[in-house]
Design a protein around this ligand. Structure first.
Ligand SMILES: [Mg+2]
Ligand SMILES: [Zn+2]
Length: 196
């Protein structure tokens, strides 16, 4: 890659509670229930040529609640249901660890986002992280990205009960993924260059 290669802005999406219902541990593929508006929302990002990257903590693996193979099975279902709505995910990163493992990838640590940025030449400062938990926002800010909170999943409770204790507030608060995408596209789409 040349030095003048533009870095692309991306949208990082949390999975559970953001793309799909928050079900606790998704220990069976049947427990993955995608939100009805998810495909249309993600398709709009695809059409704007903004990479869509899923970032998800799956500590059920480290806790022996489900095998890693189940995560792939769930993601296969997610990808198929999005494809049925004309949408795709550009990459998926998951952390299989539990907090006691002290890894660098488990949200709120920025390891997964930073890995994605290296592998896909992404401009984190021009990127958004969308999620339903404060850990999603903390990860965004630790990576130098912007964080948007949705009110689905744990979002409304996290916001109403705990926002007073948050050292840094979300950069945007929206009802759900559909409104998140609307907000992002209203603030410009496509390629963001370093020198802009
Ligand atoms: Mg979530
Ligand atoms: Zn990890």
């Amino acid at each position: 890659m040349s030095e003048t290669q533009p870095l692309r802005r991306a949208v990082f999406l949390d999975r559970d509670g953001t793309i799909s219902e928050e079900m606790g541990y998704v220990n069976h593929v049947d427990r993955f229930q995608i939100f009805p508006y998810a495909a249309e929302a993600i398709r709009q990002l695809n059409q704007a040529e903004i990479p869509v990257i899923v970032i998800t903590n799956q500590s059920g693996i480290a806790r022996n609640i489900f095998p890693e193979s189940l995560v792939y099975e769930v993601h296969k279902k997610m990808v198929a249901e999005l494809a049925a709505g004309g949408a795709w995910i550009d990459a998926i990163y998951f952390c299989p660890h539990k907090s006691e493992d002290a890894c660098e990838c488990r949200k709120p640590n920025p390891g997964m986002v930073e890995q994605a940025a290296r592998e896909q030449a992404l401009d984190l400062a021009a990127s958004w992280v969308v999620g339903d938990r404060y850990a999603d926002l903390e990860m965004a800010h630790a990576a130098g990205a912007r964080g948007m909170l949705v009110m689905t999943g744990y979002g409304r409770g996290e916001y109403e009960l705990h926002r007073g204790t948050w050292p840094r507030q979300p950069d945007a608060v929206v009802e759900n993924l559909r409104d998140a995408v609307r907000h992002i596209l209203q603030h410009g789409g496509g390629v963001a260059r370093r020198d802009e």
